[in-house]
Design a protein around this ligand. Structure first.
Ligand code: DAH
Length: 350
């Protein structure tokens, strides 16, 4: 019966809601379209008796109004929230492109350093960032009262062994990657030829020139008859590979507890080529690493016979090398993850 159908469709319209413009358009076609339900109902209306027409005419007109009103109301609310666009969008528009990330310059430089030393037969080793006093200091021949053990430089961590314990055993965030040398020599047998990249921590106020964490690469070469000449030639080769053949090196005597003799190595300033600039403080030279012959005490501390074996070691900061390669003046840029900064460093390395 016509009246029953109208009642059923009315219920359907009351219950209907459209989440998208497509759903609403389906609704319009179904009820209000030229081949829609309302059209059909009016056709059917023509076939009923004159008596019924009097009642049903009104009902049918109201039903049509209901459908139209529902349609207009849903149309308004969809265009107000714009949700139709958000849900499905305009499918004819091109898609959103995939944003490519960028390699971090420190990772690129670390990889370059590793590749150069690999050619000389160096392996890569790593060690923990949380270290004990032995590996970070004592085994490396740091005297008990050495200032580097001071709270000023080192982040100490108290390990409490449970309730009531005040943290009797103290460990620290390693202050240098030299701790990995110790672990390596303790665990293996000479010869050793390895480089050890990693993050290190120091209790410094953060500024353009200092940060509380940075990255180093440590190098160690221990075998019979290793001499200071081997050290010089290895580092000279490294510098020429990394910065180019016209880069000069010079060694200055220095002091580290774990090497004897010790030196610092400068290279001719890669930015002004020795003419003098801010980077080299107008000296034409920039220090890039510390190095020396492994102190016999360190070898013995790690169970290695210092009468039979000698070795050299060196340690450099990856940030410093990256600054020299790319003229970055503010260390904080390295840890801000600003994609505009990171995208400037193009590389063929994948
Ligand atoms: N550990 C030193 C530092 O953090 C760098 C260093 C100097 C490492 C001389 C060495 C070395 O292996 O022989 O400043």
């Amino acid at each position: 019966m016509l009246q029953d159908k109208i009642a059923q469709y009315s219920d359907e319209i009351h219950a209907f809601s459209a989440g998208t413009a497509d759903e609403l358009e389906q609704f319009r076609i179904r009820f209000l379209g030229t081949k829609g339900i309302i059209k059909d109902l009016f056709e059917e209306f023509k076939t009923v008796s004159a008596e019924e027409k009097r009642v049903l005419g009104k009902v049918l007109n109201e039903f049509k109004k209901l459908a139209e009103e529902k349609y207009n109301q849903l149309k308004d609310s969809l265009s107000n929230t714009g949700s139709s666009r958000q849900t499905h969008g305009d499918l004819t528009l091109p898609g959103n492109g995939l944003e490519l990330g960028a390699r971090h310059p420190l990772v690129m430089v670390r990889t370059e350093i590793i590749e150069i030393f690999k050619k000389l037969g160096f392996n890569v080793a790593e060690g923990p960032e949380i270290e004990d006093d032995w590996h970070n200091f004592s085994a490396l021949n740091f005297p008990e009262e050495h200032p580097a053990r001071d709270m000023q430089d080192t982040f100490f961590i108290s390990l409490s062994k449970g309730e009531g314990d005040q943290g009797s055993e103290s460990v620290a965030l390693r202050t240098h990657t030299s701790s990995v040398q110790v672990r390596m020599m303790e665990q293996g047998k000479p010869p050793f030829r390895a480089i050890m990249p990693g993050r290190v921590y120091r209790n410094e106020a953060i500024s353009a020139r200092a940060h509380c964490f940075f990255h180093q690469v440590e190098g160690l070469y221990v075998d019979e008859n290793v001499s200071f000449a081997d050290l010089k030639q290895t580092l000279f080769y490294f510098v020429q590979e990394l910065f180019g053949e016209d880069t000069k090196v010079r060694f200055r005597p220095s002091y580290f507890p774990f090497t004897e003799p010790s030196a610092e190595m400068d290279i001719s300033c890669t930015i002004c080529k020795g003419a003098g600039c801010q980077m080299c403080k107008h000296s034409g030279w920039v220090e890039i690493l510390g190095c020396g012959m492994v102190d016999p005490n360190v070898l013995e501390n790690c169970g290695i016979d210092s009468k039979k074996y000698t070795g050299f070691a060196f340690g450099m900061g990856i940030e410093r090398i990256t600054n020299l390669k790319y003229e970055i003046r503010d260390l904080r840029m390295f840890s801000e993850n600003d994609i505009r900064f990171l995208k400037q460093f193009k590389t063929e390395l994948i």
